[in-house]
Design a protein around this ligand. Structure first.
Ligand SMILES: Nc1ncnc2c1ncn2[C@@H]1O[C@H](COP(=O)(O)OP(=O)(O)OP(=O)(O)O)[C@@H](O)[C@H]1O
Ligand SMILES: *[C@@H]1O[C@H](CO)[C@@H](O)[C@H](O)[C@H]1NC(C)=O
Ligand SMILES: [Mg+2]
Length: 333
């Protein structure tokens, strides 16, 4: 018994030695490669460092379509509209105005998720790109009293960044919490001007994210469900009126009474539907796959059914959408 153990130990040590030995040429090669790289550093730096060029900014419509179809659950309306709008805008080399999208829906339905998909299929660096700018009320504009400073700053940022790169993307997260009036300050950039002070904003993309209108979208989806109609037959037109009314009348929508709406500067209001139990289960399955866990339908169903479903909406819709799924999954695995 003992002898076998000693033999095994020796065997392990020996094979480890052989392994280390066999790594040596690799290390030497890597070192040489490193020296070589240093010599041609300049061009390589520019090759590796993000710039406003097709090498770094290249829209992939098929990639966006594939991502929307495979990864975004329960959003047949948003999925179709976004693909059409973004593709139509990007294939046009000479757009007449920037693309302005306003995404609406209750929490955890995929608004940030879709913004990321757009960025991933447009910028090689995705959301990390220096041409993608995300503004959050609490982070960038926390003190309502400093609104005048914020307005000037935001204008300067947008102007500076679009001057650097026409294909810039600006995402305004949690519009509901933006100080009133702030968004008005960017209005001139969204208009159909050829250029402003020599800067053209026509190739830029502006995306607003908010919960405003979420309740009315949920109500419409619920009415549909109660009437026994298939969710997938819901059309943008069924939601548009309720959505625009509630966005108009919500003083906290961040868009309330801004001339963005009066002047029709938002191209499209995109509704995100509340997610059902089966979509939440799909999210759990996706999360398992992302973590390289074996797909387990039973666990997915369990996580989804243990989510507290809204009583107000008759326990059909998940009140937090697919949010918190990632942390919930830990409790079941
Ligand atoms: N429709 C969906 N399909 C697939 N995954 C989703 C969907 N909605 C949300 N998720 C998952 O849940 C996470 C949180 O969603 P996301 O941040 O996009 O929500 P949101 O709509 O921005 O919510 P909030 O209004 O609270 O900001 C996403 O990162 C994604 O993993
Ligand atoms: C671009 O926007 C960022 C905020 O995302 C800001 O910090 C930066 O100063 C802007 N750049 C220019 C040149 O204005
Ligand atoms: Mg969000």
């Amino acid at each position: 018994m003992k002898a076998t153990r000693v033999y095994l130990l020796l065997h392990v040590l020996l094979s480890a030695g052989v392994l280390v030995h066999s790594f040596e040429p690799v290390t030497t090669t890597l070192f040489g490669l490193g020296l070589g790289l240093a010599a041609v550093g300049g061009p390589i730096y520019h090759y590796l460092h993000e710039s406003c060029s097709p090498r770094w900014i290249h829209f992939n419509p098929r990639g966006l379509q594939a991502d929307l179809e495979a990864k975004l659950f329960g959003q047949h309306i948003a999925s179709r509209i976004i693909l059409k709008a973004v593709t139509g805008f990007m294939v046009n080399d000479n757009p007449k105005s920037p693309l302005v999208l306003s995404l609406h829906g209750t929490t955890g339905t995929g608004k940030n998720f879709v913004s990321k998909m757009i960025a991933d299929n447009m910028y090689k660096e995705g959301m990390k790109s220096s041409f993608v700018h995300m503004f959050t009320a609490e982070l960038h504009f926390p003190h309502p009293s400093r609104i005048e400073t914020y307005k000037a700053q935001l204008q300067q940022w947008i102007k500076g960044n679009v001057t650097n790169c026409a294909r810039s993307m600006f995402v305004f997260d949690e519009m509901d919490k933006m100080p009133p009036g702030l968004i008005d300050s960017i209005k001139p950039y969204l208009e159909y001007y050829e250029s402003l002070d020599g800067v053209s904003y026509r190739k830029a993309i502006f995306i607003f994210l908010s919960n405003a209108g979420g309740e009315s979208i949920t109500q419409t989806a619920l009415d549909f469900w109660k009437a026994g109609r298939n969710r997938e037959t819901l059309k943008l037109r069924d939601l548009e009126e309720a959505l625009s009314l509630s966005v108009f009348n919500n003083q906290n929508s961040g868009l309330w009474h801004t001339s963005l709406i009066d002047k029709n500067l938002v191209d499209i209001f995109v509704p995100f539907l509340p997610l059902e139990y089966r979509h939440v289960a799909q999210c759990v399955m996706a999360e398992m796959k992302a973590r390289n866990l074996p797909a387990n339908k039973a666990v997915a169903d369990k996580v989804a059914s243990d989510m507290v479903y809204s009583s107000k909406t008759e326990r059909i819709f998940s009140p937090k959408g697919c949010k918190t799924i990632a942390s919930k999954l830990n409790l079941y695995t």
